[in-house]
Design a protein. Structure first.
Ligand SMILES: Cc1cc2nc3c(=O)[nH]c(=O)nc-3n(C[C@H](O)[C@H](O)[C@H](O)COP(=O)(O)OP(=O)(O)OC[C@H]3O[C@@H](n4cnc5c(N)ncnc54)[C@H](O)[C@@H]3O)c2cc1C
Length: 405
């Protein structure tokens, strides 16, 4: 495989760097402070940066130009994400921009495109994904949420589980079972857009082991959804969902954040060098760091291969997405384990305050913030091999697609 850099790509990277250099301090005056890289980006800060990127078409760079994108190639999109992540910029909301946006511009009605795409692009609306249910995670075909047509509405009843960001989302894209008048309930799943402010929607928080609130249970109790909110054909929701799952795996793989994590461990090890008592253990940690670095280099080559793959039929699962997802999520877990090992006792001390205030004060040195952040990250990384499809399911896909078993 020939990864020789196209000079246009190098020029593009320079443009992105220049954009960040001039715009980041304008949007966030605190950017560049030592605590910046530890900051947790909330909805408002994501919105501000998404709007700044939108001035260049970079909020939705892969979208077609008709909807405000640039149809950017996967390689340039990768360069953009890499530079933004390195500078610690918030990422535009992936669930909205990378998951539902492409489904709407590919399969939606002209009215759905007009209504939702500009609002996603401007970060006016944030979306959540309502696929999983209590007994329908890996095997989503078991889901039980129903949408029964009554006149110009569907009446939706069911419970969605593990719904990321439902507590602040404006809209949900959900997989449901549709029942049309005079017909039996659809065997296939349908793809429905639900306004989260509709009467009958209630959101219950699920706090994760790191103490943060990202996940929720969403109860849908007689929610009236206009029939025009159905995407594509009833019973074909799985076709549209597959497009999302393929994107989700690549987004969740997030090889770049594994690299940043690794750099953080290197920094922690340098900090710990002064503590001579722990030097003996450091030798083993250094070996471990070197091994992880080599595996990460190999993973980055795999990612480049995926980026250079000729574009195929988007709804057909490829093998590279699942391989990247398994390798990157497992590697991120191992890097976070090493980070906590390096922290030693400080890692445990950090536990009572899983949500550190990212602004440093005289009384709260950065080292403590960093310990909280590292320990919380380690705990949340346990979910990396579950979210977006478990490692076992990814391995099943690899076996089926790659080896025909
Ligand atoms: C942090 C996080 C965020 C999430 N966000 C969302 C979200 O926003 N929206 C959403 O819809 N869902 C979300 N999910 C849910 C996620 O998609 C599911 O947790 C995942 O698909 C697994 O389903 P499950 O939890 O029901 O586990 P199960 O499917 O019950 O699996 C339990 C165990 O059995 C194994 N297993 C199951 N089937 C097989 C098989 N055929 N072969 C081998 N092993 C198998 C699994 O690998 C796993 O180890 C999120 C999950 C997490 C952890």
């Amino acid at each position: 495989m020939d990864f020789v850099q196209d000079p246009g790509n190098a020029q593009f990277r320079t443009e992105v760097r220049e954009f960040i250099r001039t715009n980041l301090p304008r949007v966030y005056p605190e950017a560049g402070s030592p605590a910046w890289s530890l900051r947790f980006h909330d909805r408002d800060s994501v919105r501000l940066w998404t709007r700044a990127l939108d001035q260049r078409g970079w909020a939705v760079p892969h979208w077609p130009s008709q909807w405000g994108g640039l149809g950017l190639s996967p390689v340039r999109r990768h360069i953009l994400s890499e530079e933004l992540a390195t500078a610690g910029c918030p990422h535009p909301d992936a669930i909205s921009v990378d998951f539902v946006g492409p489904v709407i511009y590919t399969f939606g009605t002209p009215e759905q495109k007009r209504r939702y795409l500009p609002r996603i692009r401007a970060a006016d609306d944030f979306w959540c994904q309502g696929f999983s249910e209590a007994n329908a995670g890996s095997d989503v075909m078991q889901l039980r949420t129903t949408a029964v047509r009554q006149g110009e509405h569907f009446i939706v009843n069911g419970r969605k589980l593990w719904t990321t960001n439902a507590h602040f989302a404006d809209m949900m894209f959900a997989l449901v079972r549709v029942e049309l008048p005079g017909q039996r309930r659809q065997q296939g799943l349908s793809f429905l857009l639900i306004n989260m402010r509709s009467p009958g929607v209630s959101v219950r928080p699920i706090h994760t082991i790191d103490g943060r609130h990202r996940l929720n249970e969403v109860v849908l109790d007689g929610v009236r959804v206009p029939v025009e909110n159905l995407v594509g054909e009833p019973g074909k929701g799985w076709v549209y969902a597959r497009m999302i799952l393929a994107n989700e795996r690549t987004v969740i793989a997030d090889v770049r954040s594994a690299r940043l994590q690794l750099e953080q461990v290197r920094g922690l090890m340098q900090d710990c060098r002064e503590q001579t008592a722990r030097l003996a253990g450091m030798e083993a940690a250094r070996h471990q760091l070197a091994r992880l670095e080599i595996e990460l280099d190999a993973l980055e080559v795999l990612e480049l291969r995926a980026l250079h793959e000729p574009p195929g039929e988007q709804t057909v699962p490829s093998m590279l997405g699942p391989i990247l997802k398994v390798r990157a999520s497992e590697l991120r877990q191992r890097i976070s384990e090493l980070a906590v090992d390096v922290l030693g006792d400080r890692g445990v001390e950090a536990l009572p305050d899983p949500e550190p205030n990212p602004l440093p004060t005289e009384a709260d040195p950065l080292a403590c913030l960093s310990a909280c952040y590292v320990t919380a990250g380690y705990l949340f990384q346990r979910s990396a091999t579950i979210a977006g499809g478990t490692s076992e399911i990814q391995r099943n896909i690899i076996a089926a697609v790659g080896f025909g078993v």
